[in-house]
Design a protein around this ligand. Structure first.
Ligand code: PM9
Length: 460
């Protein structure tokens, strides 16, 4: 009889410096969440114990990155760090031309302004808040072409980020390729729960878009996490390294926007990359209007150095195993407590299904917003609504009613320990036990753009 041994993974780093956390009482938290209009974005960070609001700009940089900050060349033009970043983008992602931006939405603004004309349609594998807004501000309309399974929190489809070619083809036939400046493809689809697109789907998309003469613009904010899932789940990739898989993904696209605050392990930064000289020329000119000169795009030289190092670190197989491993650990713990979560567990966080958690609330009573506020009140843990509030309104002012009504427990990279994950799951379980007594909310202040950031609520 053979014996099989279970081998645990561990973080491929050790801790050199710590940041102390503040513990609060329930009374303090009640005051804080009321003052914040029951919106976790409006809480002061010092009133938060474990901060799972986002993985954006909240990761821990390595000692190599911190050392890189000291190598900042803060010249206005032609900083050494720009050329180092440009080389990293070319080497690891394979794109030819680079425009740095202060963060992802800076790049979205520029590419939308350059490529979209009023009346255009931009098909994409599920909307993202800032991405769709920039498309709309440029006069375009977003069209969802993700497979139906992505909208179903219990579907076990391994690649919920895949494009549904029937949906895409209908749009191409209806509007014609000339009305479609590009297809917007996210690697690891945030709003679906951090779900990947498969390499097979990307290859098919490349073939289809070549036939129809349509560009693919890649939102590569979490491309390394997507590559990890391809490595783990897709036939033929087990022995391929994350860095090779990432490069192949990028090779099927014509350009990219990147929020480097996620995968690339920096606290600020992003870029636009393209393989097209004409697009680059226009972007290089436009960036000076909105961000800064084309060799810094709103960043300090030191930020670009940290990003170049972070890109390299993000593509390490052991790093990615530990990163997604920690998310999976929290997911399994929550499932063992019967907390309803989006399946399969995604790359950057656990998405709790607020519809099943609070089945007595209608979507107009903001179940996910309510649950995020309750989790904070219970424990000081900060999460984020990803449901009807995030979805916003269409051009006619009507609310979008997304099928997914989720609370995102987002895990910053290299920041928290498994013990923190235990505390998070246990606190959520306590909220689950008293869920029948939880009432919904009404919105009492709604800003015009990206309302989820600044909206205010009151309890019903
Ligand atoms: N994502 C997030 O927390 C931060 C802002 S929204 C709360 O998930 C994708 C897929 C993102 C993203 C930001 C951006 C915009 C583009 N695409 O925040 O401008 O997840 O750097 O990037 C956030 P910036």
């Amino acid at each position: 009889m053979s014996t099989t041994y279970h081998r645990s993974w561990a973080e491929p780093y050790k801790i050199k410096m710590v940041e102390l956390l503040k513990m609060t009482t329930r009374g303090q938290r009640l005051r804080a969440i009321k003052e914040a209009g029951f919106n976790t974005f409006l809480l002061k960070s010092e009133d938060v114990y474990i901060d799972l609001l986002t993985d954006s700009g909240t990761s821990a940089m390595s000692d190599r990155q911190w050392a890189g900050l000291m190598m900042g060349d803060e010249a206005y033009a032609g900083s050494r760090n720009f050329y180092r970043l440009e080389k990293a983008v070319q080497q690891y992602y394979g794109y030819k031309y680079l425009i740095p931006t202060h963060q992802g939405r800076g790049a979205e603004n520029i590419i939308s302004k350059i490529l979209i004309k009023p009346g255009d349609v931009i098909p994409g594998n599920m909307y993202f808040t800032t991405t769709r807004l920039h498309q709309e501000l440029a006069g375009g309309t977003f069209a969802d072409i993700i497979i139906d399974e992505a909208h179903d929190p219990v579907s076990e489809h391994p690649f919920k980020g895949n494009v549904d070619f029937d949906k895409l083809d209908r749009i191409v036939k209806q509007y014609g390729a000339s009305k479609i400046p590009y297809i917007s493809i996210a690697t690891n689809v945030n709003m679906a729960g951090g779900q990947p697109i498969s390499m097979a789907n990307l290859r098919e998309l490349r073939e289809y878009t070549h036939q129809h003469g349509i560009r693919v613009i890649h939102d590569m904010t979490r491309v390394a996490e997507n590559a990890y899932f391809i490595q783990q789940r897709e036939e033929g990739f087990k022995k391929r390294h994350i860095r090779d898989i990432v490069k192949e993904i990028c090779s099927y696209t014509d350009g990219a926007t990147m929020s480097a605050k996620k995968d690339a392990l920096v606290n600020i930064g992003g870029f636009l990359a393209t393989n097209e000289w004409d697009v680059f020329e226009e972007a290089r000119n436009m960036v000076v209007v909105y961000e800064g000169l084309h060799t810094y795009g709103g960043l300090a030289g030191r930020d670009m150095e940290a990003m170049a190092i972070g890109i390299e670190e993000s593509l390490d197989d052991n790093h990615m195993h530990a990163r997604v491993g920690q998310v999976e650990y929290l997911g399994h713990k929550m499932e063992s407590f019967d907390i309803p979560i989006v399946r399969p567990v995604g790359g950057h966080g656990i998405f709790v299904d607020a519809r099943r958690f609070l089945p007595h609330l209608t979507q107009d009573e903001f179940p996910a917003q309510t649950l995020a506020a309750e989790v904070y009140l219970e424990s000081g843990i900060r999460t984020m609504e990803r449901g009807i509030v995030s979805a916003g309104r269409n051009a006619d002012g009507e609310n979008y009613y997304p099928k997914l009504e989720l609370v995102r427990f987002t895990i910053p990279r290299r920041v928290y320990t498994q013990a923190h994950m235990d505390v998070v799951a246990e606190a959520t379980q306590v909220v689950l036990k008293r869920r029948n007594r939880i009432k919904g909310m009404k919105m009492v202040y709604e800003p015009k753009y990206l309302r989820f950031f600044q909206a205010r609520f009151e309890r019903l």
